[in-house]
Design a protein around this ligand. Sequence first.
Ligand code: ADP
Ligand code: ZN
Length: 221
Amino acid sequence: MIIIMLGAQGTGKGTVAGLISEATGIPQISTGDIFRKNISEKTELGIEADKYISKGELVPDDITVPMVDDRLSWDDAKEGAILDGFPRTIEQAKKLDEILTKKGKKVDLVINLVTPRDEIIDRMLTRRVCTNPDCKATYNIKLHPPIKEGICDKCGSPLKQREDDKNADAIKKRLEIYEEKTSPLIDFYKNKGVLRTEEISISINRMGTDVAKDIVNDIKK
Ligand code: ADP
Ligand code: ZN
């Protein structure tokens, strides 16, 4: 089953994807995580990608698309994948369709997460990530804090704020790019009949854990 996570930054895509992955065994493939791992390991791909990421810009398709294509060919993705952070443009969505068609697959479900704007900014500022590139668990110091302050529950490594979450200009830029380039994907997938929109907000007391639970129940039906 191929699942795509859609939604602006800070809506909780990574958290929801992680929970669905844990419950179903379908691997979570996060392009942002793959880039950050490469940046921390100073690989050629990481050095190139960081030029764009540090400014809040999208990494060009000639880097991103082959990276995803390759990752989808790994053994663990034979039965499916939860794509988190890809596609982000109509172009990428079309390329994804080509990649999947070659593998005899298609996009089965697109989970579109929606959160009010003021909550989004707040969440990006309070987000913390595990510094262990093989763990990369995400926390929120207000909504979903680790048991021990500054330490990852899962692996014990220190937590830190993402570089692009510290930079207010980069945050603004990412949200603008989301509106302009990524939000058209909502209609793209609605037209294919695979879109499922879920609101996550404190105002309706519905958080990522609630959404993940409902989706997992439906998948397992
Ligand atoms: P966010 O959702 O907060 O932007 P991600 O972890 O998904 O965070 O991505 C971090 C950065 O990695 C993005 O700002 C962008 O520069 C780059 N990136 C991630 N996925 C893609 C993609 N599909 N296409 C281009 N760039 C990407
Ligand atoms: Zn960790």
